[in-house]
Design a protein around this ligand. Structure first.
Ligand SMILES: NC(=O)c1ccc[n+]([C@@H]2O[C@H](COP(=O)([O-])OP(=O)(O)OC[C@H]3O[C@@H](n4cnc5c(N)ncnc54)[C@H](O)[C@@H]3O)[C@@H](O)[C@H]2O)c1
Length: 274
C-alpha cells in the first residue's frame, strides 16, 4: 500500500522537548510524540518525576527519552536544560512549550479580580509568559544555529481567545475547592497567541514554524455540577478528554503541517463557535 501521506506524520529520529511534561496534558503529549517516533525530552520542575516518566516512555514506545528538571521562568535553568538536551540527543527539531502554573497558593490564584495581588499576578506571568518566551528564545536560537528549522508549538487556552462565562463556576468543585478562571490566566494565554504570531512572522525565513495549540476544558476530576454547567456551553455537549489534544499536537509537530505557521489550532468542542 502507498503510504505517502501517512509518512507526513512520521517523527522518526526527531527530538522533541516538552515542557510541563508530567502534567495532566503533558503526559499524553509526550506519549503521542513518542508513538509517532520522536525522542522525547521530558521537562518539568521535578527531576525525579521527569526521569521516571521518561523511563516509562522508553519502555512503552521503544524510543529514547530522558528527563530534565527545569524552571522555565529562570533563564539559567532554561539555558542549562537546552544544553543538556543537546548533549543527550543532538539537534532539537520540535519544541512543545506547554508549562503553565496554577500556583502553590490556590487562595491567591483563585482570588477575585478586585482583590488579586500583583505578587500573584507576576508569579503566574513569570511562568505562563516569561517562561514561554525564554524557552522559545533558547530553542529558536539553537534551531537557527543548527540550520535545521523546526516546529514550535505553544499551548494557549480557549480563555486566551474568548472570556470564560463566570456562571459555569457556580457550585464548581475542583482541586479540593471552589474554582474560577482568574484574569491572569486569560491574559497570559492571550499573550501566548501574540508571541506565537510574532515568532512565526520572524522565524519563518529560518524554516521555523510556530503555532498555538488552543485547548478548552479537559475533564480531570471536576465535580458533576461543573461538568454539566460547562458541557451545556459546548456544542459537543461535554468536556474534552486529555487524549483528544494529542492529534492536534502531532499534526503541528510534523510535516503534515509543513505550510502552517502563526496559526491557532482550536480544540474546544465548538465552545467558541457560538
Ligand atoms: N487542562 C485544561 O483543561 C487546559 C485547558 C486549556 C489549556 N490548558 C493548558 O494546557 C497546558 C497543560 O495543562 P495541564 O492541564 O496539563 O496543567 P498541569 O497543571 O497538569 O501541568 C502543568 C505542568 O507545568 C509544570 N510547571 C509549572 N510551573 C513550571 C515551571 N516554572 N517550570 C517548568 N514546569 C512548570 C507543572 O509542574 C505541571 O506538571 C497548560 O499550558 C494549560 O494552561 C489546559
Amino acid at each position: 500500500m502507498n503510504s505517502h501521506y501517512k509518512s507526513f506524520f512520521d517523527l522518526d529520529g526527531k527530538t522533541a522537548i516538552v515542557t510541563g511534561a508530567v502534567g495532566i496534558l503533558g503526559q499524553g503529549f509526550c506519549k503521542g510524540l513518542a508513538e509517532f517516533g520522536a525522542n522525547v525530552a521530558v521537562v518539568d520542575l521535578d527531576e525525579g518525576r521527569c526521569a521516571a516518566f521518561a523511563e516509562e516512555l522508553e519502555r512503552d514506545y521503544n524510543r529514547p527519552a530522558a528527563g530534565f528538571a527545569c524552571d522555565v521562568s529562570d533563564p539559567e535553568s532554561v539555558s542549562n536544560m537546552v544544553d543538556r538536551v543537546g548533549e543527550r540527543f543532538g539537534a532539537i527539531n520540535i519544541l512543545h512549550n506547554n508549562a503553565a502554573s496554577k500556583s502553590a497558593d490556590l487562595d491567591a490564584f483563585f482570588a477575585t479580580t478586585e482583590k488579586y495581588s500583583l505578587h500573584e499576578w507576576r508569579k503566574i506571568m513569570s511562568v505562563n509568559v516569561d517562561g514561554m518566551f525564554l524557552v522559545a528564545q533558547a530553542v529558536g536560537a539553537q534551531m537557527q544555529k543548527q540550520g535545521t528549522g523546526g516546529s514550535i508549538i505553544q499551548t494557549s487556552s480557549i480563555y486566551g481567545l474568548v472570556s470564560s462565562d463566570k456562571r459555569i463556576y457556580e457550585g464548581s468543585f475542583y482541586l479540593g475547592r471552589q474554582i474560577s478562571n482568574p484574569a491572569v490566566y486569560s491574559t497570559s494565554k492571550a499573550a501566548v497567541v501574540g508571541l506565537t504570531r510574532y515568532l512565526a512572522a520572524n522565524w519563518g525565513d529560518a524554516g521555523i514554524r510556530v503555532n498555538a495549540l488552543v485547548p478548552a476544558g479537559v475533564e480531570s476530576g471536576q465535580n458533576e455540577t461543573f461538568k454539566s454547567r460547562y458541557s451545556a456551553r459546548v456544542p459537543l455537549a461535554r468536556m474534552a478528554k486529555p487524549d483528544e489534544m494529542v492529534g492536534a499536537l502531532v499534526y503541528l509537530a510534523s510535516d503534515a503541517s509543513s505550510y502552517v505557521t502563526g496559526h491557532c489550532l482550536v480544540v474546544d468542542g465548538g465552545l467558541s463557535a457560538w
